[in-house]
Structures are given as C-alpha cells and as structure tokens.
Design a protein around this ligand. Structure first.
Ligand SMILES: NC(=O)c1ccc[n+]([C@@H]2O[C@H](COP(=O)([O-])OP(=O)(O)OC[C@H]3O[C@@H](n4cnc5c(N)ncnc54)[C@H](OP(=O)(O)O)[C@@H]3O)[C@@H](O)[C@H]2O)c1
Length: 284
C-alpha cells in the first residue's frame, strides 16, 4: 500500500514536530521547516514547493505566533499568517488535497468566554485578526476539503519547546521557586496528546469545517499553575497571582475559553488536566 504524502509546515515547532512524529510511522512526511528552506514569507514560492512535493494532506502549523511581534509588525505577520495560508489553500483547491489549519482561541474578543463555533469571532489583536483572515481565505477557497481547528493553551512537554510556559513553571516549582501567573486571563488548556490524536482522527476521516478542539476546563493561568503545583506537591504559596501586565503592546483578551462541539463525533473527549498531567512527560 502506498503511504499517504503529508506535508507539515512549522514542522520544527511545538505542535508541528509532534505531528511529524505521529504521522511518520504510517505516512510519507515532508517537513516544511524554515531550516529546510521553506520560508513562508516567500509566498510566491509556495505553489511551486507544494507542486513538487505533491502532498495529499497538508498540516499547516507554521505561524507568526508571537503576539508582541504581530502587533509590532502587522504587515509581516499578515504575509505569513494570511497570505501564505491563502497560497496553501489555493494548492488544496487545485490539487484536491486535504488541509488542516491550526487556528486559535484569539479569534474571539474574550469578553464572554465559553465560545462555540456558532459564536461570531471578533479578534481584538493583530494575531487574532490574521488567524481569522486565514480562516476566511480557506472558507473561500477550499471549504469542503479543509479542517480549521481552533485550539487553546496547548500544554505538555516537547523537545522543540523546552521553554514553554508550563515546562518553565514545572521547573521552577520543582526547584522551590515561585511562579507568578495571571489571575484574570482564562482559556481552556489543551493536552498536546489529545490535540495530536484528534488531528490524526480527523485526517483519517477527512473531517471538514470549522471546529473547536480544546481541553474540557476553563481555567485562569493562576488556576493552571496551582494544579501544576498540587500535582508536584509544591507548597501552595509558591504560586502567586499576578495582575495583567500594563505595558504589553497588544490587547490580551480576558476569557477566550472554547467549548467543544461536533468535533467530539470524530475525536476522543480531551482529558482534564488532572488526568493529562501524568502523561505530559514533565521530567525532573
Ligand atoms: N501552542 C498553543 O498553545 C496554540 C494555541 C492555539 C493555536 N495554536 C496554533 O497552532 C499552530 C502551531 O503552534 P505551535 O505552538 O506549534 O507554534 P510554534 O511552536 O511557535 O511553531 C510555529 C512554527 O512556525 C514556524 N514559522 C514561523 N514563521 C515562519 C515563516 N515565516 N516561514 C515558515 N515557518 C515559520 C516556526 O519556525 P521556526 O521553528 O523556524 O521558528 C515554528 O516552527 C499555530 O498556528 C498556532 O496559532 C497554538
């Protein structure tokens, strides 16, 4: 049997690298990393790269994801997040490839929280605006063959992101050091293992549409850090409430928690934090 050809953008990043690992045993995986020359701001090259590799599936994980950098460089962030996505969607349309686009809880304004797919997105920062524009480009070009998956606060150890916030917090708490965490910023922390398994299940069934796939609990960063501390057996006073930073150059939405809906038809229910923590691979 021939192996499916799967191209993964952002393949050196957190989610992309773990998707490479998950798909490699059964698919022919093409890692479209910047280190390998796939610089997506060279939008005019994207069609040629894809035509040459001829993937049947594209897992589009690359993004200009730093919120501060997006605010400081709106044009550059738009090229990578919107224009490159449009070029990838155009390939999917022309070659009947299946596309998975990782979108974000930041497409919502954060005023209310617990957003479903029926809620109208209204991004309040440049990053969120580019993610929504990318979603709309996909909806215009290849809606019947694309999965737009909005996720939120992904956690779990990964070699590609040794400095991720959760790993950093675990290290500090294990060393008896304090962790300051926002008390008024909420999302739905999502275990990386659930996200990767969910994407595999959706690819196998070619699920198309815009769906949420996030953890089952709405939590502040402070509550999340407290759970990490409890799991480690760290003294509770090490986790301290921090107010939202006043000096940030971008708007940080207050509550972008997501609710899973129809996606649960095709994927297993994401684990709550307490069940996921032992699987996270947080070492000493
Ligand atoms: N992690 C989360 O909590 C979370 C939550 C919601 C949504 N998402 C979405 O999930 C996707 C993957 O996120 P992640 O956490 O894996 O991000 P990540 O670790 O920051 O990885 C992003 C990847 O994008 C690549 N990239 C950035 N600019 C590029 C460019 N100009 N050309 C080519 N590649 C470029 C980076 O390449 P280099 O390695 O060369 O820098 C990096 O490998 C993103 O679309 C993100 O919006 C993530």
């Amino acid at each position: 049997m021939t192996r499916e050809r799967v191209a993964i953008t952002g393949s050196a990043g957190y989610i992309g690298s773990l998707l490479c690992e998950a798909f490699a045993p059964h698919a022919e995986v093409f890692r479209l990393s910047r280190a390998a020359g796939y610089e997506l701001s060279r939008v005019e090259r994207i069609a040629g790269w894809l035509d040459e590799l001829a993937p049947e599936v594209i897992l589009h994980c690359a993004n200009y994801g730093n919120l501060q950098a997006c605010a400081a460089s709106p044009e550059a962030s738009s090229v990578v997040n919107v224009e490159a996505t449009r070029a990838i969607a155009e390939y999917a349309r022309q070659r009947q490839a299946y596309l998975v686009f990782l979108s974000s809880d930041y497409v919502f304004d954060g005023e209310r929280g617990s957003y479903t797919e029926l809620d109208a997105p209204e991004p309040r920062n440049q990053f969120g605006r580019t993610k929504l524009e990318a979603e709309r480009a996909i909806a215009e070009l290849c809606p019947e063959r694309a999965l737009v998956l909005r996720t939120s606060g992904v956690y779990g150890r990964s070699a590609s992101k040794p400095c991720a916030w959760d790993t950093w917090a675990i290290r500090r708490l294990s060393a008896g050091l304090s962790v300051d965490a926002f008390s008024e910023i909420y999302n739905t922390p999502t275990f990386i293992g659930d996200l990767v398994e969910g994407i595999e299940a959706c690819v196998a069934r070619r699920v198309a549409g815009v769906f949420h796939l996030a953890g089952p609990e709405r939590m502040s960063r402070l509550e999340f850090a407290r759970e990490l501390g409890k799991w480690l057996g760290a003294p509770p006073e090490l986790v301290r409430a921090a107010p939202q930073r006043a000096h940030e150059n971008f708007f940080r939405p207050r509550d972008v928690s997501l609710v899973n809906g129809p996606i649960l038809t095709w994927v297993g229910a994401p684990r709550p934090l307490a069940r996921a923590l032992p699987l996270c691979g947080y070492g000493p």
